[in-house]
Design a protein around this ligand. Structure first.
Ligand code: AHR
Ligand code: AHR
Length: 481
């Protein structure tokens, strides 16, 4: 059985079922998600390899070969049509695409399920999904359950990496108008024990960790690589539950009355569904979503135990974030552009500016040093790499406002993540493309000879589609210095 078969058996059926990784019903063989291709804007539906099973990641890889892809739709498997699409503008923020949020990379969150490759939804700040016109999702004070399987190592303190029930207007319409699973270390509203990240409930105008409005020590910091996160609610009763999604059982971190402040009893749920954003389209958060559902009715702990066992049996595991020619930690390298007419230029730094210049064996020692890099273990994720300047030890290539720059390592999580890149097989068929770990739609690109991280056809000037594949493909060779 799939998770939604178990919820149905418990008389709390799924009214929304989203997963890019697998079918959530034994009998489901329809589309899991849609990808959209950078080269021509064409779309393809990705289905399970067979009914009830893991996604056919190979069909995505074939469709997206030699170009980039984003996840354009996450289909609802419940049959109610509650699909998730690009988040529209809201009260807190307008996304960079004519008000719409960014779509997630189709390759930012590779995993395996029982050894078979699949892709999760890697949400970077600025991206998000929503459905404002749903069918069957709880409204008012109606009961519902929600779970999400997420990456416990990918989070931040921005508002708000949520999955669940939100406003149909994309605006903050008041306390109690949301009921969603939140994951991250935002401490503006509520906190649990330790420094986070925590599973909390976003009920609007507050992330809640228990009965008290602020701190509830029973809600632990939790950072397993794969986490099952649960929020459920019914009249004046709600709960937070969670656990490791690859082993063991769920713990109850809170179960009891609505928070100790006005506006949440009764609830005023509106029934929209959000992923990766706040109710008012706050778009500062990051996180990774693999699968999740919303139910009608308040699931029993026993039903959730069966669902947790099903998730464990799906055997989520990590897999390589890199591909293409090896870019080995400890090696000294250079990056040569491959765009015709620019292919004698190398990525270099001039002070903090990162751009490209022609470098040859007879260039000055200074220029050779500026174009030479040492590969280090990824500061923000050890499965990827960081690039330390040869002539300025302790300084690394990072992105800032999507421009590359050379900066001293300041020891912050933001720096680590901004300085982490995952080399992959070159998009134009040679060498490597250097993907940003934290914004995986974006790759090292030279544009007007300046270094950026660029997404194909994205909202920035340097995201231009013209010569994109060549501009983001580099020959990683020996260093000059
Ligand atoms: O409740 C926390 C956040 O506050 C909500 O997600 C958002 O709508 C509001 O800004
Ligand atoms: O480059 C994109 C973002 O810009 C970085 O993550 C952040 O440091 C800056 O705000």
């Amino acid at each position: 059985a799939g998770p939604c078969d178990l919820y149905a058996a418990g008389k709390t059926p799924c009214v929304a079922a989203h997963a890019t990784t697998r079918a959530l019903y034994d009998s489901y063989s329809g589309a899991l998600y849609q990808v959209k291709r950078g080269s021509d804007g064409a779309t393809a539906d990705i289905k399970p390899i067979s009914a009830g099973r893991v996604a056919n990641a190979a069909s995505q890889d074939t469709f997206c070969n030699g170009t980039t892809c984003v996840i354009s739709i996450i289909y609802d498997q419940s049959g109610r049509g509650n699909h998730l699409r690009q988040g529209p503008p809201g009260g807190a923020a307008s996304g960079p695409n004519g008000g719409y949020d960014n779509l997630a990379s189709a390759i930012g969150a590779p995993v395996t399920l029982d050894g078979k490759k699949a892709y999760g939804v890697f949400i970077s700040p600025g991206s998000g999904y929503r459905n404002d016109a749903t069918n069957g999702v709880a409204t008012g004070d109606q009961a519902e359950g929600i779970y999400a399987v997420i990456d416990g190592t990918h989070f931040n303190s921005g508002c708000c990496f949520d999955y669940g029930n939100a406003e149909i207007s994309n605006r903050d319409t008041g306390s109690g108008h949301m009921e969603a699973v939140y994951f991250g270390d935002n401490s503006f509203w509520g906190t649990g024990s330790g420094n986070g990240p925590w599973i909390m409930a976003d009920m609007e105008n507050g992330l809640f960790s228990g009965f008290n409005v602020a701190n509830n020590p029973a809600d632990p910091s939790i950072s397993d690589r794969f986490i099952t996160a649960i929020v459920k609610g019914k009249p004046n009763q709600w709960a937070i539950r969670g656990g490791n999604a690859v082993s063991g059982s769920l713990s109850t971190f809170y179960s009891g009355a609505r928070p100790n402040t006005s506006g949440y009893n009764p609830m005023s749920k509106e029934g929209a569904i959000i992923l990766g954003i706040g109710g008012d389209n706050s778009i500062s958060a990051q996180g990774t979503f693999y699968e999740g559902v919303m139910t009608s009715g308040y699931p029993s702990d026993a039903t959730e135990s069966a669902v947790q066992a099903n998730i464990v049996a799906a055997k989520y595991a990590t897999t390589s974030l890199t591909s293409g020619p090896a870019v080995n930690v400890g090696s000294s390298i250079s990056f040569r552009a491959t765009t015709p007419g620019f292919d004698t230029r190398y990525l270099m730094h001039n002070g903090s500016t990162v751009d490209t210049q022609v470098v040859t064996s007879s260039s000055s020692a200074t220029l050779k040093g500026q174009a030479s890099w040492t590969v280090r273990t990824g500061l923000g994720n050890a499965a990827c790499v960081s690039f330390e300047s040869k002539d300025t030890p302790g300084s690394f290539i990072r992105h800032y406002a999507f421009q590359l720059q050379l900066s001293a390592n300041d020891g912050t999580k933001q720096f680590f993540e901004d300085a982490t890149f995952c080399p992959q097989a070159g998009i134009n068929g040679e060498g490597n493309s250097i993907r940003s770990w934290s914004y995986p739609t974006r790759f090292f690109r030279h544009y007007a000879d300046v270094g950026y991280i660029a997404s194909e056809g994205g909202p920035e000037v340097f995201d231009a589609t013209s010569s994109y594949n060549e501009d983001v493909t580099w020959i990683v060779g020996n260093s000059f210095a």
